[in-house]
Design a protein around this ligand. Structure first.
Ligand code: BES
Ligand code: ZN
Ligand code: ZN
Length: 505
């Protein structure tokens, strides 16, 4: 898709459709929307006065310009009430409008920047949100179709801006928006790919190729290296699959920042989770190709950081395994020796995410990190507690890191909510035969999953701990309904929050 900025009076912009916007409850359109309304003889205002179009968020209406302006059609999208306007609403409206334009069969789509006028958002941020929304909203996963190129597609997007003073800011915003949207859509693609195409080995190949493309360091630890690292928890999960595990170490360290104490991101990369011998139900397995969504979020964030050339050192770790069953698979009751030296009694083979994260959290210690954030589709309890597609949860050992993360998630338009991590949860994961067991049962399972992880953040006595936050994004890997810039399917959740966190931490 080609993207360009056109510096022309809005009436002169040539396109199959021109997207403008309207706030709910505003009597008269302003700015570019007003100019178009005037050129169309008040058609927009008439629709508004008749109550056919009210400007509700993501509401759309199409008008035909009958050669009064250069664009063939005008698509008005609602931004909702001005008092409730946020940058994420600009993103949503843009996504909705792009999809509508695509469904109309438009190939060349022009849009104004949403939110920079009466919305009061600075032009760069508004342009970024507009292009992010457009590219995210128009995303389609067609790779497994017999004819991926079939179907309606937008070829070209024009950002229309007549104010010369805003052009530089808009260009910067568009460039950043393209980088973000590409990173998020690439993360979505990995989550959408069928699990017979995406396994630990092919996912590692995808990561290597991405890193080469954007200029990230990317080291792939194969099974032998994983064994040499004593990652017994990763190996325990991987041993039931014909496909060996991989452990990826991304590093973004721009010149002058090579020796900074890094921020470390860790993403759960279970390319398919059958549950192992503690097997899931048929229904429970249905979305388990998405059990690597945490790893996709981390790779997406690393990709964006490299593209944006953000001036700080960030490391991304993703343990990649497939939780399968064969004669060599781990059994309930098996005891694994983790990288940290702590032994783990596996009482439930379906609690595999925390096992691979345990080794990654321990591996992170060698970097003397400024902070570590892990993101994982860890427990169905997170989505039971918050609601499917409602929010992710965060549990942590550091108030400052948590509050930075919550601000980042707010700015990113990705909902994350704090849950408690009381020390008492530790009682639930005491084991009779090992240092700890891998589940504390269903009740209080969010707290006991996080207190399990915390044992590896703290390590063995004398080891150096670090500020840490755990994001449980179960229930957020896939959108079940199309809305705003989020088509049904893989969400790409987490990429924007992680990138935003690096900006504010
Ligand atoms: N990958 C699942 C969690 C999950 C479930 C994510 C549904 C998204 C949607 C995880 O590995 C798992 O199976 N967790 C168990 C933990 C239990 C055995 C303590 C769960 O949530 O039931
Ligand atoms: Zn599981
Ligand atoms: Zn899992």
């Amino acid at each position: 898709m080609r993207i360009s900025i056109v510096h022309q009076p809005i009436q002169a912009v040539t396109a199959d459709v021109l997207i403008v916007n309207l706030f709910e409850g505003v009597k008269a359109p302003a700015g570019a929307t007003n100019a178009i309304d005037t050129a169309l003889n008040g058609a927009l205002r008439r629709a508004f006065d008749l109550g056919d179009f009210r400007g509700r968020l993501n509401e759309t209406a199409v008008f035909y310009s009958e050669e009064r302006i250069a664009a063939l059609r005008v698509l008005v999208v609602g931004l909702g009430p001005i008092a409730e306007f946020t940058i994420d609403r600009a993103r949503q409206a843009s996504g909705t409008a792009m999809r509508r334009a695509r469904d109309l069969g438009c190939k060349r789509v022009a849009t104004i920047v949403h939110g920079a006028g009466s919305g009061g958002i600075d032009p760069q941020a508004a342009a970024q949100a507009t292009i992010e929304g457009a590219l995210l909203g128009a995303y389609q996963f067609r790779e497994h179709k017999a004819n991926p190129e079939n179907g309606r597609q937008i070829d070209e997007i024009f950002i229309a801006e007549f104010d010369t003073a805003k052009l530089d800011a808009i260009r910067a915003g568009v460039d950043a928006g393209v980088i973000m949207a590409d990173a998020i859509n690439d993360a979505r693609r990995l989550v959408n790919l069928a699990p017979n195409y995406l396994n630990p080995v092919t996912l590692a190949d995808e990561f290597t190729a991405m890193a080469a493309r954007v200029g990230l360091r990317c080291e792939v630890l194969d099974e032998q290296r994983i064994r040499a690292e004593n990652m017994g928890a990763v190996l325990g999960v991987a041993q039931g699959s014909h496909v060996p595990p991989r452990f990826i170490v991304f590093e973004h360290a721009p010149a002058g920042h090579e020796n900074d104490a890094p921020l470390v991101f860790i993403g759960k990369g279970v390319t398919f989770d059958t549950g192992g011998y503690s097997i899931k139900t048929a229904d429970g397995m249905l979305t388990m190709k998405g059990d690597m969504a945490g790893a996709a979020a981390v790779s997406g964030a690393m990709q964006a950081l490299a593209g944006l050339k953000l001036p700080m050192r960030v490391i991304g770790l993703t343990p990649l395994v497939e939780n399968m069953i064969h004669g060599g698979a781990m059994r309930p009751g098996d005891v694994l020796t983790s990288r940290s030296g702590l032994t783990i009694e596996v009482v439930n083979t379906d609690a595999e995410g925390r096992l691979i994260l345990a080794d990654a959290l321990d591996y992170a210690r060698q970097f003397a990190p400024r902070a570590v954030v892990d993101i994982a589709t860890l427990t169905s309890l997170a989505s039971s507690a918050m609601g499917e597609n409602m929010a992710a949860c965060v549990l942590d050992n550091d108030d400052d890191l948590r509050s930075a993360l919550l601000r980042a998630s707010d700015a990113a338009g990705e909902r994350i909510w704090p849950m408690p991590l009381w020390p008492d949860y530790a009682d639930k994961i005491k084991s009779d035969v090992a240092e700890l067991k891998n589940t504390g049962g269903a009740r209080g399972g969010l707290g006991s999953s996080a207190i399990f992880l915390k044992r590896f953040v703290d390590g063995v006595p004398g080891a150096a701990s670090y500020p840490w936050a755990h994001i449980d994004m179960a229930g957020m890997a896939f959108w079940s309904e199309t809305r705003g810039y989020s088509p049904r399917g893989a969400s790409g959740f987490g990429v924007r929050t992680l990138v935003q966190l690096t900006r504010i931490l």
